[in-house]
Design a protein. Structure first.
Length: 170
C-alpha cells in the first residue's frame, strides 16, 4: 500500500437503522447480497421482535456488522437514524468500504445497468465518486397490515414516473 492510501475491506457496504423489522430482514439481506452487496452495517435500537438477534447471527457468520444504537451520551435526544449516521462516520467498517449506501429495510435497490448487479452500476459509472439513486413510491398496495410473504411480491404497484402524489392506504 502506498502512503496515504487506505485499505478497502468491503467494496460495497449497505447501511441501515432498524427497529422491529424482523419479518423483512432476511428478504432485504438476501436480495442485496444477490445483487452484489458484500457487507452490511446495521444499527438497531429497542428491538422486541428479534431483529437484533438476526443481525448478530449474520455478524457471527462474517456477513454483517451489527451495532446497538442506544440513545445515550451526546446522542440521547437524537432520532435513531441521526444517531446511526453520526456513529457510522467514526465506524471502521464504514471507513474501510469503497462504496456505501444508507437505505431503509423497505427499500430495495433496482439497478437498470447490465444484468442488474451493483458491479454493473459501478462499471457504468466508473469515473464517478458518488452515484445518486432516486426512489420510487410503491405505497401499501391496498394492504393495511403486514401479511405473510415477500415484500417484493406484495408491494409491486408503484406511482407512475413523473406523478407527484400517491393514493392513501385504506
Amino acid at each position: 500500500m502506498i502512503d496515504g492510501e487506505r485499505s478497502v475491506t468491503h467494496r460495497v457496504l449497505l447501511m441501515s437503522c432498524m427497529r422491529n423489522e424482523g419479518a423483512s430482514v432476511l428478504e432485504w439481506f438476501a436480495y442485496h447480497r444477490v445483487i452484489g452487496v458484500d457487507h452490511f452495517l446495521v444499527y438497531t435500537n429497542d428491538c422486541e421482535d428479534g431483529t437484533d438477534l438476526i443481525w448478530r447471527h449474520l455478524q457471527s457468520r462474517g456477513l454483517a456488522t451489527h451495532r446497538k444504537n442506544k440513545a445515550n451520551g451526546p446522542f440521547r435526544r437524537a432520532k435513531p437514524q441521526t444517531r446511526a449516521l453520526i456513529r457510522a462516520m467514526d465506524d471502521p467498517v464504514h471507513a474501510d468500504a469503497e462504496w456505501v449506501a444508507f437505505i431503509d429495510v423497505d427499500e430495495f435497490v433496482n439497478i437498470h445497468a447490465g444484468a442488474g448487479q451493483v458491479g454493473d452500476l459501478l462499471a457504468a459509472n466508473q469515473h464517478s465518486d458518488c452515484i445518486l439513486l432516486n426512489w420510487r413510491l410503491f405505497g401499501c398496495s391496498g394492504r393495511v397490515r403486514g401479511e405473510p410473504g415477500l415484500v417484493t411480491e406484495q408491494r409491486w404497484p408503484a406511482t407512475r414516473i413523473g406523478r407527484r402524489r400517491h393514493s392513501p392506504c385504506r
